[in-house]
Design a protein around this ligand. Structure first.
Ligand SMILES: *Cc1c(COP(=O)(O)O)cnc(C)c1O
Length: 431
């Protein structure tokens, strides 16, 4: 199994977090999102423990809420004493509504509006990750009006391609995010930030990409960032104390993907950071990481009911399910790989190779292609694994499909984290 929270019980049914998924589908209906709370907690603890052990108590993982932004997840983040990364008023409001301590929130985005800036101040967001000059000036204005000083990091484009893992000088300089070191613009923005009375520049941020399986890209990014911090110290006489290396550690979606040892990964990157700082005689900054996917992906599963089974002789087979791109647009968007199972036939031979298709009126609406499954029948429970990240978060009402509910499976029970949308919900804003 691709994750240890998935198994098969004596009935030959797929289990998730120790529960019979066929029974859960019957109880709550489909499509259905499941969330394994204990798995979310374990994933948080791996980051927290490894960071504090290797880099000291000042380090902190920030959960990137864009992966799955619901109040129930922020409750867990609050209880696990994680920081968070938020990207909009909507995410800020969701976290705040869940009672999350907003001083541990970092506000991201390449185009925060004046209203966004004001709202973040109002809700007490602890740190802005400042993308550009306009934003810096907007923060200064708002902080001056409130007669306070706002902590900020500056987002820098280090010029790393995480998938060829090479430091390339052009790669991300043309990114819409951050300010490039190469062009001298990052140094100018640092200088401007240091001149602002109501801005306290604590450090730098970078985010090099997603679904990264190797440590080298992070080590390269850390090198570039630390060198730049040493240069700032030399040129501006200012020693920055915080370095945020972003998110992006990969997740296992298929049996063929490597298993990721996040603890070992962090240990390796931390050793590199410590020696790089030492070589530069730069005091070790407080490190932040921003995992999103690797906190929630394998804590999620989606259940569907099988519908039409279509055999086109000499061509291909289809199995259609009662959801699709509206609850999981990732195959349609990026051909993302997923493991699909028929939850009530786990011990049967996989003789039916098919495309698992969604129910939307769109031929690109697929969950996965070339999936070997047992012979499916209408009414079977179809499970898609590792859907905790960027599924509910990216769900839409396309084709006027109500969004599925999310059930949180806890150590000693379960609860509805998000209820199923009704048809009435679909027309609620229509006057
Ligand atoms: C998307 C994003 C993350 C999270 O990335 P994952 O691949 O989900 O870990 C973290 N930080 C920033 C700035 C991001 O844009």
């Amino acid at each position: 199994m691709i994750c240890k929270n998935i198994g098969i019980n004596e009935k030959g049914h797929l289990t998730f977090a120790g529960r019979d998924t066929v029974e859960l589908a019957a109880k709550y209906g489909t499509p259905l999102y499941l969330l394994d709370e204990e798995r979310v907690r374990e994933n948080c603890r791996v980051y927290k423990n490894a960071l504090s052990r290797e880099l000291g108590e000042a380090s902190l993982p920030l959960y990137a809420g864009k992966a799955l932004c619901v109040k129930d997840v922020y409750r867990i983040m609050r209880e696990e004493k994680m920081g968070i990364d938020v990207v909009s008023c909507g995410e800020i409001f969701t976290a705040w509504s869940a009672g999350f301590p907003m001083e541990n929130a970092y506000f991201h985005g390449n185009n925060k509006t004046d209203e966004d800036v004001r709202f973040a101040f109002e809700k007490g967001v602890g740190c802005f990750v400042c993308d550009n000059e306009e934003e810096l000036c907007a923060i200064e204005r708002e902080a001056a009006e409130r007669n306070t000083v706002q902590k900020v990091l500056i987002r820098v484009a280090p010029g790393i391609d995480p998938h060829t893992h090479k430091a390339i000088s052009t790669g991300s300089i043309d990114s819409k995010f951050g300010t490039a070191i190469e062009t001298g613009q990052a140094m100018e923005l640092v200088s401007l930030a240091l001149s602002k009375k109501h801005v306290a520049l604590a450090g730098l941020h970078c985010h090099i990409g997603s679904q990264i399986f190797e440590t080298q890209p992070f080590c390269d990014a850390a090198d570039i960032m630390l060198r730049f911090m040493a240069e700032i110290k030399k040129e501006m006489g200012c020693t920055l104390t915080e370095l945020n290396l972003g998110g992006g550690i990969g997740v296992r979606y298929l049996e063929s993907h490597p298993e990721i040892d996040v603890d070992g990964y962090i240990t390796e990157v931390a050793a590199h950071i410590k020696s790089a700082a030492k070589a530069l005689s730069f005091p070790l900054p407080a490190i932040r990481l921003e995992p999103g996917r690797s906190i929630v992906a394998d804590a999620g599963m989606t259940l569907y009911s099988a519908g039409a089974v279509k055999r086109i002789p000499g061509f291909k087979n289809y199995l259609s399910v009662d959801g699709g791109m509206a609850d999981n647009p990732r195959y349609a968007l990026y051909q993302s790989p997923y493991t699909v199972e028929i939850a009530n036939k786990m011990n049967e031979e996989k003789t039916f190779v098919c495309t698992v298709a969604g129910r939307c009126c769109e031929s690109g609406d697929m969950i996965q292609e070339n999936v070997p499954l047992p012979e499916p029948e209408r009414g079977d429970t179809v499970a898609v694994c590792t859907t905790g990240a960027y599924n509910y978060a990216m769900a839409s009402n396309y084709n006027r499909l109500p969004r599925p509910p999310m059930i949180t499976l806890t150590a000693n029970g379960e609860h509805i984290a998000v209820k199923r949308e009704s048809l009435e919900d679909l027309i609620r804003n229509e006057l």
